[in-house]
Design a protein around this ligand. Structure first.
Ligand SMILES: NC(=O)C1=CN([C@@H]2O[C@H](COP(=O)(O)OP(=O)(O)OC[C@H]3O[C@@H](n4cnc5c(N)ncnc54)[C@H](OP(=O)(O)O)[C@@H]3O)[C@@H](O)[C@H]2O)C=CC1
Ligand SMILES: O=C1O[C@H](CO)[C@@H](O)[C@@H]1O
Length: 305
């Protein structure tokens, strides 16, 4: 039986020469009590995580920033040892500077390692009269999601690229996209005004949802693929699949480690999330797996998205 390896030590090279840790800590669905976010980020870094995934949307960047400041102050890690990702939500499709500078301020950092366009979509900026906050996913009277008319989602990538390529601006180390399909990427490559190839495409991947077509396309183009919702999102349904449980016993790993192995054997970045610090030790290791097991996990039948 192959030995357990430390997933926190695996790094991939991006197409601009930077390195990106294969295991990141996801931070979506933050609890209302933001002290839990801070505690979990501190615990994750102390457990060995060097990569944190957040977004303007998640509204937890301030707590993450507080955690990072404490880790730096205590000398647990240096800034350059960490890889921090944030994202620009579609309301800010044409206001990337506004979104990114807010994220940077909340994260209390001088630079971010990776900024992603969250979705290839453009939403109008509508403020909720009661709360005064922006409506992240605006809907019309019929409940349909409202999209900005005559707007191009490539505008967001162009604005990100402008900041990234500015020699006097050192706030963004790499740029990328999220939820891009092959057609979206082809659209981007066709645009003569775009000078770069995204370093990363972050998409949904988990057992039973291998996303082979887009993964193969990105990997051929030298784009690193990050898989989100690796445990199947809320409640971790992928961890409860009979196949994953059987493999956990057969391979002598936790169910989480089986999923992490599935990702790392496919050269994918994985960003699992837990808001329970006691669960962190279950998501640190992986093993080399034969192709047949990867295929079994890819093809498992699931009843969740
Ligand atoms: N780019 C994009 O559009 C998107 C990006 N993302 C990113 O991907 C990350 C991961 O996705 P996410 O939706 O959070 O879901 P995950 O697939 O990481 O699953 C999280 C769920 O798994 C549960 N879980 C974790 N460990 C265990 C365990 N050992 N036993 C049982 N349950 C467990 C968690 O519960 P508990 O907290 O109680 O432990 C939580 O409910 C996000 O946090 C975010 O950073 C997510 C969605 C979209
Ligand atoms: O990051 C994100 O999380 C939510 C829920 O999956 C999704 O809308 C967004 O892309």
């Amino acid at each position: 039986m192959s030995e357990k390896l430390n997933a926190t030590k695996v790094n991939y090279k991006l197409n601009n020469g930077k390195t990106m840790p294969a295991l990141g800590f996801g931070t979506f669905c933050a609890p209302e009590d933001q002290s839990i976010v801070k505690d979990c980020v501190i615990a994750a870094v102390k457990a060995g995580y060097r990569h944190i995934d957040t977004a303007y949307l998640y509204q937890d960047e301030k707590a993450i920033g507080d955690a990072l400041q404490e880790l730096f102050k205590e000398g647990v890690v240096k800034r350059e040892e960490l890889f921090i990702t944030t994202k620009v939500w579609p309301n800010f499709w044409d206001k990337v500077e506004e979104s990114f500078s807010t994220s940077l301020k909340n994260l209390q950092l001088e630079y971010v390692d990776l900024v992603l366009q969250h979705w290839p979509l453009c939403y109008p900026k509508i403020t909720d009269n009661e709360t005064g906050y922006i409506v992240f996913t605006p809907t019309d009277d019929q409940g349909n999601i409202m999209e900005e008319k005559d707007a191009s989602y490539l505008e967001t990538y162009k604005q990100l690229e402008k900041i990234y390529l500015d020699e006097n601006d050192h706030r963004i180390r790499s740029i990328g996209v999220s939820n891009y399909t092959v057609d979206n990427l082809k659209d981007l490559f066709r645009d003569p005004t775009i000078q770069t190839c995204p370093s990363v495409n972050q998409i949904a991947i988990h057992p039973g949802k291998p996303q082979n077509e887009i993964v193969d396309y990105c990997q051929e183009k030298g784009i690193v693929v990050t898989g989100y919702t690796p445990y199947g999102s809320q409640g971790g349904p992928a961890l409860k699949l009979p196949l994953i449980k059987q493999l956990s016993e057969k391979l002598d790993m936790s169910v989480n480690e089986v999923v992490i192995s599935y990702f790392l054997n496919r050269n994918l970045v994985i960003i699992p999330r837990t808001w329970k610090t006691e669960r962190l030790p279950q998501s640190l290791h992986y093993k080399k797996l034969p192709k047949e097991i990867i295929e079994q996990i890819s093809n498992v039948k699931i009843d969740f998205e």
